[in-house]
Design a protein around this ligand. Sequence first.
Ligand code: ARG
Length: 265
Amino acid sequence: MKILMCRPDYFDIEYEINPWMSIQRKANTKKAAEQWNNLHKVIQSCGAHVELVPPARSLPDMCFTANAGLLYKGRIVLANFKVIERKGEVPYYEAWFQKAGFKVINRPGYDQNNAFFEGAGDALLAGDQLFVGYGFRSERKFYEEADYLDHKKMVICELADPYYYHIDTCFCPLNEKQAIWCPKAFTKESQKRMADHIELIEVVESEAKRFACNAVVINKNVVVPSGCPQITETLHKHGYIVHACEVDEYIKSGGACKCLTMKLD
Ligand code: ARG
């Protein structure tokens, strides 16, 4: 498995674009670097190959590569950020994808439908089913109009709680049949639809708030934020090897393990 990450050289809390962020609560940048280095090491120790996109100055959230785009059927669906603070990241990600030899299918100014889409932060594959989130950042219209997505294999999920503003903050497929989730993050109607498509394992709220659902699944390994003992036990029971990583500096920004990664295969 290949994963894209970005060193947090310019990471900090410089604006507030989700309820977790407060410019009063700056990041400890030294700690953030240590936490990222450890996550990077743990992900590699799980057998993943990590590629790095160089960070860019004045883009403090660029380390959250989950939002760069979505790899879908061998091609990159590039993000179109809703938040202006992050729009500047796109040309850097795009240049990296092109250089790495990926075909980018919705380049800005070309065939992009202009609706907002924040990449793999809002679109998660479980086998060939694509669970997509909307309500805060990405727009429903984006999915409906994207003719390169298989609409028969798409489960559109409405997010209902601003603390869980990307689907990867509250839902995480473990394999094609099972996922962990925080149900209250979704509207009742979406909860039902999701349950029709995948077996759902509930995360207790105290751990959902610690970003338990923001986990990186690498075969039988699951990398979760530290401080999530209950989901750790549940995952053990299901035969997974759990690696806890401290990512508290990133939680200040509304992100954790999974947000700092993007799957490249
Ligand atoms: N501060 C970033 C933002 O609000 C965090 C992004 C987290 N990414 C994610 N995939 N959930 O955009």
